[in-house]
Structure formats: structure tokens, C-alpha cells
Design a protein around this ligand. Structure first.
Ligand SMILES: [Zn+2]
Length: 422
């Protein structure tokens, strides 16, 4: 199997939540020689060196180029690392008739029915007391530990005519079928982390689909997994920047949490995180504020988020002229109302990159009678004034707990992004 695909499947399996995805990004950056900078510390940057900065779960990585920033600007790739999911309400755990269940909050906009009757894992992070300090530890229980069962067809005869799950009452995750004196979730967390239950002070935990990412199809040309939107584009941008050595332009990968809930958080794309880093790179390299603004106007951003692939069972959902084929190449996404930030110039620049990488390129525009989604591209474009092209790979079942993409599309997108950065 292609090495990039092997790494992609491992990345998907090791990133059950954005908390773990953020850590997997950092592991790969550090293995490739990127050094951590802290927002609260003073920076000193060496030409040709590679750095990364974290704000909570979001990560911005950069490789300093040899050219004057005023000549080349920044070459930025951006994507979101979070996916719609179900977040556990830790205090809601209850045992009734020997069945222990826990309630969830819905994060973002999942296809809720896709979470039902599946083996679910639990992962996230917990606050643990260590001497007089609190320490945050990532945790993944690494086995199927929960299920949200449907009611039997016989108890819900109309279910196949469409059924709305009540988020408070129908989505309780069942954790075990026996009585226990202690909180069994806390016991499992304490055993996994090797800490006393009394030393666990709080948690942020999510359910996740336990089924691993795998190839599918008679020709093994498809990848099925949870969280392909948007770990697919996260992995593409990350893989490309890891390959860049001694670039002329300063290359940046901006990987944000919280896009699925609107990006308006401390670390989201609609925060000061990216712009502070861009300005601090310029200041540290001796440029004035005016020069920094000139650098921005020379910069470019490829915003990567998945695109809707043509679906043979729902042909009526597509404009026939703009229905991207699975494994047909990267997709440029347009929207008249600028939910996607692509314009004529930025689209031509991306097409040219595809030509240079010898990769086919497709276009997506949603049907005029449907509402278009959105991503981080237009947010960054309006905050910083940087031209943006919104692109992504074709995907089926966006926001299902199990989505599908094309193997060749993933390889091709990495090729195009490598040409971009280099
Ligand atoms: Zn997305």
C-alpha cells in the first residue's frame, strides 16, 4: 500500500477526537524536526528552521523560507481538525434496572442515525490532581465501551418512514448491564490512566465510532472511516508541509479545532491565533507593521475541506455540470454568496498547481435550490484580506459517523500541496 495511505489510516485510527488529532499532528511535526514555540514566550527564528505553535487543540506549523517575505508573502494551507460528534455529560451517568447509561450533547451537526447500533469508544481528556497541581491527560479507553441501541422495529413500526431522534432521551449511551457501587466510567478512566478516582477532577469525553479506517471496494479504491471530514484535508496539508525542505517561501499549515461549531472560539479559525502568529513571524524577522500588512497582501491561502462527491442514488441532489467524481481529482469549490472564498484568480492559481502536479481537477457548485455549507476559508480571507481558494476531495455521506473517500484523490491532493509549498 502507498506509504501516505498507510500513514493516513493510522492517523485516522489514532485521532478519535480533535484532542488526539492535535497530538498526532504534533508527533509528526516533531519527528520531522519542527520545534515548539509558546505564545507566552519571546521568539527567535532561524531561516530554514521549522516551528509549530499550539493554542489549546489548534496547531499552526511553519517552515521559514529563504526569500524576503515582502517578495513572496506567506503560503498558507488551512483545514479544520474537528468532526461532528457526541460529547458525554459526565454527571448524567445513571443505573436503572441494572442498565448503566450516560447522556450526551450533540457537537456540530452529525447524521445522528449513523451513530445508532454501533460499537462506540470513549476518548478525550481529563484533569488529574498531581501533588498540588492539576494536569490535563489525554485518554482513550481503546475498546468498544458503549452503544446507543435503536428501539426494535416492532416497537417503532414507522421508523423506516423517517424518525427524529430526541437528543435528550433517545441518545443515551449504554455503558454496562450490571449494578456497581462505584461510577464505572470513573473506574475505567482511573484504570486506563493509572490514577486514583479521587484524583480525577473533571473530563471532556466524546463517543467515537470504534470501527477502524479501512480500504473498501472490489478494486480497494475507497477509504471508509469516521472523521474523514476533515482529517482527510488535515492529513493532506500536514503531509505536504512535512516534505518541504529549504523552501523559498515561508510555508504555513494552520489546523484549527471548532470549525463544526462556527470557529468562534479562542483557538478557532475566527480567533486571533493565526494572525498573531503571522504578525509575530514578521516582527521577529525585523519587518515593520506596514511591511507586515504588505506581506499579507502578497500571501495566499489554500483552504482544504471535503467536497460532496456525485452519489448515484441521489442524482437529483447535484447540478449535473458540477458533480465531482470519486477519485476524479481535487475539487475547487465555488459559491456565489462566498460561503466558499474561491475567486477567479485563486481558482486559476490552484488549477495551475494541479497541472504542475499532473493531477486532474474538478469543480463543485451546489444546486441553486439547496443551501451551501461553509468552511474556514472565507473567515480567514475576510479577517486577513488574503486571497483564498476553497478546495477539497470528493466525499460521500458528509457528517455521517462513517464517511467514504477515494484513495487516489488523497494521494493526488498531497501531490498538489507539495508542489504548492515547494
Ligand atoms: Zn468540514
Amino acid at each position: 500500500m502507498n506509504k501516505k495511505i498507510v500513514d493516513f489510516l493510522n492517523f485516522l485510527n489514532d485521532s478519535p477526537t480533535a484532542i488526539q488529532a492535535s497530538n498526532e499532528i504534533i508527533i509528526r511535526l516533531e519527528e520531522s524536526g519542527f520545534k515548539e514555540l509558546k505564545e507566552e514566550e519571546q521568539w527567535s527564528l532561524q531561516d530554514g528552521d521549522k516551528y509549530y505553535v499550539c493554542r489549546d487543540t489548534s496547531v499552526v506549523a511553519f517552515t521559514l523560507g529563504s526569500n524576503n517575505l515582502l517578495d513572496t508573502g506567506y503560503k498558507i494551507g488551512a483545514a479544520h481538525i474537528d468532526s461532528p460528534s457526541l460529547k458525554i455529560k459526565p454527571e448524567s451517568i445513571k443505573t436503572e434496572n441494572s442498565i448503566t447509561s450516560i447522556s450526551v450533547e450533540v457537537y456540530g451537526s452529525p447524521i445522528i442515525s449513523s451513530w445508532i447500533d454501533r460499537s462506540l469508544g470513549i476518548a478525550g481528556r481529563v484533569a488529574v490532581k498531581e501533588e498540588d497541581n492539576l494536569k490535563i491527560l489525554r485518554v482513550n479507553l481503546k475498546q468498544p465501551v458503549a452503544v446507543i441501541p435503536n428501539a426494535a422495529l416492532h416497537l417503532n413500526r414507522e421508523i423506516n418512514k423517517g424518525f427524529e431522534y430526541n437528543r435528550q432521551t433517545h441518545l443515551k449511551a449504554i455503558l454496562q448491564s450490571k449494578e456497581s457501587d462505584k461510577n464505572p466510567l470513573m473506574e475505567a478512566l482511573s484504570a486506563e490512566l493509572g490514577v486514583a478516582i479521587d484524583d480525577i477532577f473533571g473530563s471532556e469525553l466524546f463517543l467515537y465510532d470504534f470501527e477502524p479506517a479501512e480500504l473498501c471496494g472490489l478494486d480497494q479504491s475507497l477509504i471508509m472511516s469516521a472523521r474523514l471530514d476533515n482529517l482527510g484535508m488535515t492529513h493532506s496539508i500536514l503531509s505536504a508541509i512535512l516534505e518541504v525542505e529549504n523552501p523559498e517561501s515561508t510555508c504555513i499549515a494552520a489546523l484549527f479545532d471548532n470549525e463544526e461549531i462556527g470557529s468562534e472560539t479562542r483557538q478557532g479559525a475566527d480567533s486571533s491565533f493565526l494572525e498573531n502568529i503571522l504578525e509575530r513571524i514578521a516582527i521577529t524577522k525585523g519587518y515593520s507593521r506596514e511591511e507586515y500588512l504588505r506581506i499579507l497582501s502578497k500571501s495566499f491561502l489554500i483552504s482544504g475541506d471535503m467536497a460532496h462527491s456525485y452519489h448515484p442514488s441521489y442524482p437529483e441532489k447535484y447540478d449535473p455540470s458540477y458533480a465531482p467524481a470519486m477519485n476524479g481529482g481535487p475539487v475547487i469549490k465555488w459559491n456565489a454568496n462566498y460561503n466558499y472564498a474561491t475567486n477567479l484568480e485563486s481558482s486559476q492559481r490552484f488549477k495551475r498547481l494541479c497541472e504542475m502536479a499532473e493531477v486532474p481537477c474538478q469543480t463543485y457548485i451546489i444546486r441553486s435550490d439547496l443551501l451551501c455549507g461553509s468552511t474556514v476559508g472565507h473567515i480567514i480571507s475576510s479577517r486577513l484580506g488574503i486571497p483564498v481558494v476553497d478546495v477539497g476531495n470528493p466525499l460521500w455521506a458528509m457528517h455521517s459517523v462513517r464517511e467514504t473517500v477515494g484513495v487516489q484523490d488523497h494521494i493526488n491532493m498531497i501531490k498538489v500541496l507539495e508542489v504548492y509549498y515547494q
